[in-house]
Write a protein that binds this ligand. Structure first.
Ligand code: DO4
Ligand code: MG
Length: 280
């Protein structure tokens, strides 16, 4: 089952497998119910082709599959590749090795829903950053009890030069306008179902592919359940939360994103494509 969010005349509207849902069926509401129940309700809607009192979504453009007041968090250094690259760029390399081995994962706040860019939207690089990369990441949607509800594709766009200068600059390297893209939709799935998904990154510049990389979520050092347990341990997410689970594809050191680059990320059955905005 796939959930999409549409921009209609009556406001944002969710649909399951193309069937629009009533306006009261927000993602925040769905994430307040045990996953078994939500999956059953959504399954019934699809099986019975039941169209409830819902806005018309014919021709309505897709929006990022996240609500404005939901939070997006991210995990870091969850793959060996990310650890090795960060150690190489940093002036304090051992923090990355230590967090890779530690029992406690690195978790950081990435974005509010209102700042997230959807499929086809523009991502950005900072004007004060010389070295910038996309980070293709499996992103799980977690309900208010900490259960995995589904997944989408995430791009944790990052400044490697700012993070490399000093790890305490991480929020500036990671959180700014156009730094977080999610979409195009949500696949309803369990934690087990996201444990072995292919990830593909392609970057196209002036019609030519300038970087391509492949990996799998099975290469992750930690399980998704381990990450989500830490995330909800002492923090309440009343309307659920999105968690980017870390990157495993890092472009070569001579690569930096440029305005106009087209970045496509595939995770499982979903592909998210964004163009890098021109500087404003
Ligand atoms: O440690 C800094 C951030 C790591 C990260 O974003 C990743 O590994 O994906
Ligand atoms: Mg990342």
């Amino acid at each position: 089952m796939i959930l999409t969010r549409h921009s209609t005349k009556e406001g944002p509207t969710w649909a399951v497998d193309g069937l629009p849902l009533p306006k009261t069926m927000t993602l925040g509401f769905m994430l307040c119910v045990p996953v078994q129940n939500t999956w059953r309700v959504l399954g019934n809607i699809v099986r019975n082709q039941r169209k409830m009192e819902a806005p018309d979504i014919t021709g309505a453009p897709l929006m990022a599959p996240v609500e404005e007041d939901q939070e997006v968090w991210a995990a870091g250094v969850t793959y060996l590749r990310s650890k090795v690259e960060r150690e190489a760029e940093s002036s304090v390399a051992d923090v990355y090795g230590r967090v890779y081995e530690a029992e406690r994962p690195e978790l950081f706040f990435k974005s509010v829903g209102s700042r997230v860019v959807g499929d086809g939207g523009k991502i950005r690089i900072r004007r004060d950053s010389a070295w910038n990369v996309p980070e293709p990441e499996l992103t799980v949607i977690v309900n208010n009890s900490g259960e995995v509800f589904g997944y989408t594709v995430g791009n944790d766009v990052s400044s490697r030069s700012i993070e490399g200068e000093n790890p305490l600059y991480l929020p500036q390297a990671k959180c700014y306008d156009g730094a977080c893209a999610l979409g195009p939709s949500i696949v309803i799935a369990t934690a087990e179902e996201v444990a072995n998904l292919p990830i593909h990154l392609s970057i196209v510049r002036e019609g030519e592919e300038v970087f391509v990389g492949d990996a799998s979520t099975s290469q992750m050092k930690r399980s998704v359940t381990e990450l989500t347990e830490h995330l909800v341990r002492e923090t309440t997410f009343a309307k659920g939360v999105f968690l980017l689970t870390g990157t495993c594809i890092v472009p070569t050191n001579d690569f930096t994103l440029q305005p106009g680059d087209k970045v496509s990320i595939t995770v499982g059955e979903l592909t998210l494509t964004n163009e890098v905005d021109q500087h404003r």
